[in-house]
Design a protein around this ligand. Structure first.
Ligand SMILES: [Cu+2]
Length: 143
């Protein structure tokens, strides 16, 4: 009996140790991301406010239909999910979406498409009827 208990103890200790070393490996590799900088000029992420002024960015405004705060979240989220978009803010009253984006990576056309796909009409692209119908009642902006 004793040996079984000892063996179980030893086994669980081993498991514990291996779990621990696994997680500390992760921690060690986290700050070690120098590899990502191999691509020149690829270092424009949204959190990089220090260099965003120097980055090749453009500002644009798009007319986007919507009605409430939920629409605002949905529109901004859809725009920000487009690669190259660093800033998106929708004005509820004017129904205008302000954007900062990298023109090498995306275009207002791409962003308008993404916003329309999320359920909001733009000047150029309209939301599918099915997508529009699926919006919550407070978000219905069509008459
Ligand atoms: Cu809404």
């Amino acid at each position: 009996m004793k040996t079984t208990i000892l063996a179980t103890c030893a086994l669980s200790t081993l498991l514990f140790i291996s779990c621990n070393s696994g997680s500390s490996d992760k921690n060690n590799s986290a700050p070690n991301n120098g590899m990502e900088q191999m691509e020149t000029g690829a270092q424009h992420n949204e959190t990089d406010h220090m260099t965003s002024g120097e980055a090749h960015e453009e500002h644009a405004m798009l007319n986007v239909k919507g009605s409430c705060e939920m629409c605002k979240d949905r529109i901004e989220k859809a725009a920000k999910e487009v690669e190259g978009v660093s800033f998106a803010s929708w004005e509820t009253e004017k129904e205008v979406l302000h954007l900062n984006y990298d023109p090498d990576k995306t275009s207002t056309d791409d962003i308008a498409k993404a916003v329309a796909k999320a359920g909001h009409d733009t000047d150029k692209y309209k939301a599918d009827q099915a997508t529009y119908d699926a919006l919550p009642a407070c978000c219905k902006y069509r008459n």
